[in-house]
Write a protein that binds this ligand. Structure first.
Ligand code: T46
Length: 137
């Protein structure tokens, strides 16, 4: 969906020894990173998320496994599969997200624009829709 976009994380392969991916604070990431967190040890078929953020922007990436993202904002709804360590998704504020673990133990890493603030969460889908509708007026 517009406002969210896939980015290519710079990745250096080493012959027969895997690859190394990195990203630096460049124009690729439209915010300063204040927090890193990751979600691990998740059974296959688990769904998480089901919320949006009022202000927070994030980059999501999956260094191991396969995770489906469902993103929804004022521009529509989109599904993106994260299964390549060199791919990230920038998620802008006011975007509803749902994550489905397609493979056991897949790891979801997140770089966020701010510290953890409970008051920034919109956990009610009706409230989210109301905010999106108002931003259209
Ligand atoms: C998001 C998606 C992709 C903290 O104490 N500090 C933190 O920095 C975070 C992220 C969470 N928490 C606590 C809050 C809950 O008690 O950890 C627990 C699990 O969090 P939550 O249920 O929000 O997890 P997800 O997977 O539904 O959502 C998380 C992030 O919260 C959210 O911002 O965008 O990952």
């Amino acid at each position: 969906v517009a406002g969210c976009r896939v980015i290519h994380i710079k990745t250096i392969p080493t012959v027969n020894a895997g690859e190394l991916s990195y990203f630096e604070a460049t124009h690729e990431i439209p915010f300063d990173i204040k927090r890193i967190y990751y979600i691990s040890k998740v059974p296959e078929g688990t769904r998480r998320g089901f919320h949006a953020h009022k202000e927070l922007k994030q980059v999501l990436f999956c260094p191991y496994g396969r995770i489906q993202l469902v993103l929804e904002n004022k521009n529509g709804r989109e599904e993106i599969e994260l299964s390549d360590p060199s791919i990230g998704v920038v998620i802008e504020e006011c975007t509803w997200r749902e994550m489905l673990w397609l493979q056991k133990d897949s790891v979801l890493c997140v770089a966020a624009s701010d510290f953890y603030k409970t008051e920034d969460y919109i956990r009610d889908y009706d409230e989210f829709n109301e905010i999106v509708r108002k931003s259209h007026d």
